[in-house]
Design a protein around this ligand. Sequence first.
Ligand SMILES: [Mg+2]
Length: 191
Amino acid sequence: MIIASDIDQTLVEYFEPFIKFNNEVHGTNLKREDMDTVDISELLGVSKEEAIRRMDEFHQTNYFKNIMPIKGSQEGVDDIKKRGHKLVAITARPINIAKYTIECLEKFYPGRLSGVYHSSKNGSRKHQICLDIGIGWIIEDRLDYANECASVGINVLLLDYHWNQSEILCDGITRVKSWEEIKNILKKEDQ
Ligand SMILES: [Mg+2]
């Protein structure tokens, strides 16, 4: 089986250093627990253009270059590999930081990934990439991507965060609290 994972907030912690960067460099007073959106312009209260500029600036700093893996993700990824599955990463990150993205994945998940796909390339969408490469399951933290994937029959493991809360979830989406839970669900799927 081919399993996909998003990168930010599923494999690596992006928002913690992004918040720290904004607070320390731009004098904001953001708190992790206030994050109920993944829309950076809404989060920072700035225009879309300024939000993109702020992210570009963040990507040039060591706050970004020293990001860390999500708790339990390295063991979880090892487990997927041990069970004989293939794991690919599918990300909406901009292509201009692909070098850092790949270096970072290689640092924390050496030799574990069979491919890294950028949905920002050619205006593609995550669910389309999943269909193209035959993904059975995807690990994701954004509700919009989760819904799109589920709507075309891909099983989604949605890592629980403030920003992806919803009264009801589409069929095919399972909310999970940790990589431990992801591991157990995928293990059951093998039996
Ligand atoms: Mg993400």
